[in-house]
Design a binder for this molecule. Sequence first.
Ligand code: GYE
Length: 329
Amino acid sequence: MRKTVLLLLLFSIALVLAGCAGFSASRENDYDDSLVVVGFSQVGSESDWRLANTASMVSALSEANGYRLLFDNARQKQENQYLAIRNFIQQDVNYIVLAPISETGWESVFREAKEAGIPVIVVDRQVNVEDESLYQSWVGSDFYQEGRMAVTWMEEQFSEEDTPLRILHLQGTEGATAQLMRSRALEEAVSRHEAWTIEAALKGEFTEAKGYEVVRDFLKTGTAFDVLYSENDNMTFGAMRALDEAGISYGREGKVKIISFDAVRKALQFCLEGKINLCVECNPLHGPRVDRLIKSCEAGETVPKSSYVEETFFTCETISQQVIDSREY
Ligand code: GYE
């Protein structure tokens, strides 16, 4: 008896030492044993960035690459993500991958996953949980750094300290890291420059339709502004339509300078045409990164708690068709 207990104890210690592999010790589910079963809860399909992200995940977590992927689209509702995660737990998947809508509210479901022995990998936006052992690893963008690239560009363009600069701030989904950090970089810059003001902060939920709607309504107030700081490309496209309808010029030769985040192909094309002044890159190609994390876990290696991806920016002065053609999204 004692011997059995000792053996069990040694086995558990071995599992803990094996890092995340401990979580994935062979499970009893109905799936082909040779495939790693992954439940992926995606935010939605709100933007071109998101579609590129989904495509990257689906192609990396393919059967040919050793996976069985259960995909759930939460349609921008956190409750749907709770449902999806609980569903994955019930189906006894090997890994749960979550692209969280907002940072907060994950403690309970993560604990349920942990109790079921299923490691959670977080991609894209971050989660804010007190107990960090509730998830294995996070990989995504440094959204604050992205915001800093945008404000540095503004500081270079509008370097006359006392010339007023009126900014229209178009914000993404509230509470999403991409919104919080891009907003923080702008708000900090505005508080550093006395002549800079935010005329309004509009909530565009990262979608083209909402971006159009809130900017169209704002333009009816007749408030003038010099810069549109738009936290993603699709909201920018909506805003451009509203500006067109109101007869307000924008871009390189226009009245309003436009800063947009993501740098998806369509935005870069607008940048080349001089309609968007600055595109800050946000890389959606997380599929291969998640694949590597899972493979490391499977090999019993310890994975980094967080990893940032490298990003850059493009201006309408420096972008070229060649650059656009060389990009994957
Ligand atoms: O910028 C936006 C998408 O979280 C980085 O979400 C992502 C953001 C991205 O809807 O287009």
